[in-house]
Design a protein around this ligand. Sequence first.
Ligand SMILES: Cc1cc2nc3c(=O)[nH]c(=O)nc-3n(C[C@H](O)[C@H](O)[C@H](O)COP(=O)(O)OP(=O)(O)OC[C@H]3O[C@@H](n4cnc5c(N)ncnc54)[C@H](O)[C@@H]3O)c2cc1C
Length: 304
Amino acid sequence: MNLLEILEGLNVEIREQELLKDYTTLKIGGMVRYMVVPEDVQTATEVVKRLRESSVDFFVLGGGSNLLVPDSGIECVVLLLRGLKNIQILGQAPSVVVYAESGVALQGLVSLAMKQGLSGLEGLVGIPGSLGGAVFGNAGAFGYEIMNVVEEIDILRKGSRMVIKKEDLSYGYRDGGLLEGDVILSTRLRLEVTEPERIKRKMIEYLNIKKQTQPLDEPSAGCVFKNPPGESAGRLIDLAGCKGLTKGDIQVSTKHANFFVNKGQGRAEDFIALMDEVRERVLRIFSIELEPEIRILTKGCTSK
Ligand SMILES: Cc1cc2nc3c(=O)[nH]c(=O)nc-3n(C[C@H](O)[C@H](O)[C@H](O)COP(=O)(O)OP(=O)(O)OC[C@H]3O[C@@H](n4cnc5c(N)ncnc54)[C@H](O)[C@@H]3O)c2cc1C
């Protein structure tokens, strides 16, 4: 059975032959045959159920801001959850619960929190991508992590819908504690009511730091490597003399050594070669093995 038959009768958009470079902040990635774009939680649930029943492999794509996609594209179906974007604020001061669906842009949520005077997301200002991607990878900066404010997550696991409480997840640094293949539908976040001005001041301060230290005007996927315990990956890469190192059109940013930027026609192949070289140099000089922070997708749609 082909995909169109499997999803027959469902009111869901199916895009064909999409270039994934158009869906990633790095502007890298080949073709996918089918991209399914549900507009609500119920449809997404039904799509996942049918794909699982028919043993069709799929990959959940959020904002594509933490991803390296192969130049030759991928063989599975892409499930794009950008249409799931409802937000509701529940409860009253001193703290509220925000229900937000996975496709909500993280920066949309951050600016809503700022306007409404809801504290807890200040350090996430400027991080691109979707809420689903942020929760999956426990995005954070400046001592903030999204999992600090998550209460529970509504997911599909092996086709079954379930709500997982934060206490039941072993999340950590850049890891929301979910399983490979879980589909996050929505999240409830607990935020503290405070003065909007206080939040705004902090966010402006953090944004200014980002602008000064990160190459935000060039395509990238954010930090390439995780910080080793007690160390900064960027500092090690810089000290290993890698700033400005280039493979094809991919360059170790001269502004922030843990960002690799695409200077034009960058390829995943070059990105990986550059990662290998940087990792080897850091290992040789500091005896520290850097681990990727970005998700590297294979053609067969496993990600690591
Ligand atoms: C300029 C720049 C700055 C950045 N700064 C930071 C930073 O300060 N801190 C930080 O932590 N990150 C940072 N990042 C990295 C990135 O923005 C975050 O990791 C972001 O949270 C990824 O979200 P996304 O929606 O783009 O996920 P994607 O890149 O689309 O996907 C990442 C992973 O999450 C999974 N995923 C996405 N949505 C779902 C879902 N609904 N259900 C299940 N799995 C899902 C995908 O399958 C994939 O494995 C930066 C990136 C850029 C380009």
